[in-house]
Each structure stands twice: as C-alpha cells, then as structure tokens.
Design a protein around this ligand. Sequence first.
Ligand SMILES: Cc1cc2nc3c(=O)[nH]c(=O)nc-3n(C[C@H](O)[C@H](O)[C@H](O)COP(=O)(O)OP(=O)(O)OC[C@H]3O[C@@H](n4cnc5c(N)ncnc54)[C@H](O)[C@@H]3O)c2cc1C
Length: 279
Amino acid sequence: MKIHKPTTLQEAAGLLAADDGAQCIAGGATLVAMMNSGVVEPSALISLEYITGLNEITKSSDGSVIIGASAKHKTVAAYVDFSEAQNIVGIAADKIAHPPIRNMGTIGGSVVVGDPAADYPTALLAAEATINIVGQDSSRSISAEDFFDGFLSTALEEDELVQSIQIPAGPENAVAVYDKIAKIAGDIAILSVAVVIASSGDSCDYVRIAVGGCGPTPYRVPEAEAKYIDGDLDAAIELLVAASDPMSDVRGSAEYRRKVLPRVLRRALTTAQQMGGRE
Ligand SMILES: Cc1cc2nc3c(=O)[nH]c(=O)nc-3n(C[C@H](O)[C@H](O)[C@H](O)COP(=O)(O)OP(=O)(O)OC[C@H]3O[C@@H](n4cnc5c(N)ncnc54)[C@H](O)[C@@H]3O)c2cc1C
C-alpha cells in the first residue's frame, strides 16, 4: 500500500482530495485496529508525522491554549500551562486507556473518530473548545459542540484535516472535574461527565456540564446549567438526564446508563462544589 509523507496540511488535504479511498494516519491506535479487523481498507495512507509543528502545544497571549492535532494523549496529560478551566482537557487525556495507547494516540485522531464515549469530546464541550480545520485551499473553525454531529460522525469534510484544537482560557478560579465510569480500568467510558465551574464569593456564576456516552454525541444543556447557577442541583440533573438518549452496547445497557447518569452527575457536581469551597 502507498504511504504518502506530506510535509504540509495543504499537501495532505490535496492527497485526500485526489484519492477517495486514502486515509490519514496519526497515532494509528484506532485506524490500524480497524484495518486489522477489516472494518476499513484504505487505498493509501497519508502519514501526518512529517508535518512540522502539528504535535505542538502553544499558549496565546489571550490565555487560550492551541493543541496541535498530532499531540499525543500523554503530552496533553502532562502539559502544565493549562488554566484551571482548561485543565478539564488535561484530566481527560490522563484518563484515556493506558500508557501504550496514551503514547500512541493523538487528540486529532480521537476527535475525528467522533466516539461519543471517548474522553476528549466530552471534555472539549465543557472547555468550550474550537476545532481548527484545514482543506487544500481553505481553513475554518467550528465549535466542538457543532463538530460532533452524530454517532461516529463529525462535521469534517472528506478532504479536510484537523489542524488544532483551541481551548479558551475560561474563567478565573475555576474548578474542573472529569468523572468517567468504565467496565475496567483503561477501557472506553460507559459514560462520562465533565464539569467546569467558577464562583465569585459564595455564588457560582459559571458552569459548563458535558455528558458523554449517553447519546449519539456528547452534549450540554444550557437550561440545566442555568438551573445549577440558580442553586437548583436537582433540576439541573433532571434536565441533563431528560436530554440523554443512551444506547445499549458491549459496555452497558441503555437502562444501566439511565440509572447511573444521575448519580455520576450528582457526584461530579458535588465534588466540583466542594473543590470550589461551596457545600
Ligand atoms: C485498546 C484501546 C483502548 C482505548 N481506550 C480509549 C479510552 O479509554 N478513551 C478514549 O478516549 N479513547 C480510547 N481509545 C482510542 C484512542 O484514544 C485513539 O488514540 C484515538 O481514538 C485515535 O487517535 P490516533 O492518533 O491513534 O488516530 P488514528 O488511529 O491514526 O486515526 C483515527 C482516524 O482519525 C483520522 N485522523 C487522524 N488524525 C487526523 C487529522 N489531524 N485530521 C483528519 N483526520 C485525522 C484518521 O484518518 C482515522 O480515520 C482506545 C483505543 C484502543 C486501541
């Protein structure tokens, strides 16, 4: 099989545009497993390894952090310059699988797979992240919420690549909690909850709550976040559970997910409250 080695994203996009069956390969953690099991049979592979800077993480003057698509999970987990709010992404990276996968897999590969139970997608919604996309002659940015547009589906066009993921600084004095339920350590989540809250004085004035593994995409419910800010934890949880649409799979039944979700939401939100000094 032909393996292309482009040195720019535009060149990689051109190769994708020229061959319908070609696929990019980043860490290969997911793609090689899919090729081994015959789920996909690419006509050619486009290695992203030779694109300069694609694995870098940089911090902008406005405090936002830009994570290159080829940054490995272990690099994101070890990054020390996240703000407290951005740290939701670092915490999630550290919960992905186990060290061999964290040494291989990349954030770009993870978001492109679009698994609603994967760790980054849920964390990226809570972090209000933006996905930066490049085509042969184009570039665009899209919110993480709009990027994940269906089960194992994203808004990425066939001849586009993910260049980076941009995480805004978020509020000061934030607290981030990522709660993942999995069958065994190192497995994909049955479900997960990502919470970022910030308080001024005794009152919470900022909250983002994202749920993963309980629907075709990770999701937020702004009305639930408003209820939480009003101090109505029960109503917030009720709205988030009402918005879930879990399916049954090898990791757990839809019924199990519906039962566990309110408990995990309560635990994550209570932990965030306690960490932020609110009881
Ligand atoms: C045993 C095992 C356990 C795992 N456990 C977890 C877990 O607990 N939590 C979790 O979140 N994930 C888990 N994963 C998935 C893991 O995080 C993968 O690393 C990740 O989903 C894919 O990243 P990759 O760099 O290996 O992508 P690849 O396998 O190289 O590519 C995956 C797909 O993304 C495309 N792609 C890659 N980069 C780009 C780009 N920049 N632009 C456009 N397309 C691109 C490829 O063409 C391909 O279609 C697990 C995987 C395995 C094998």
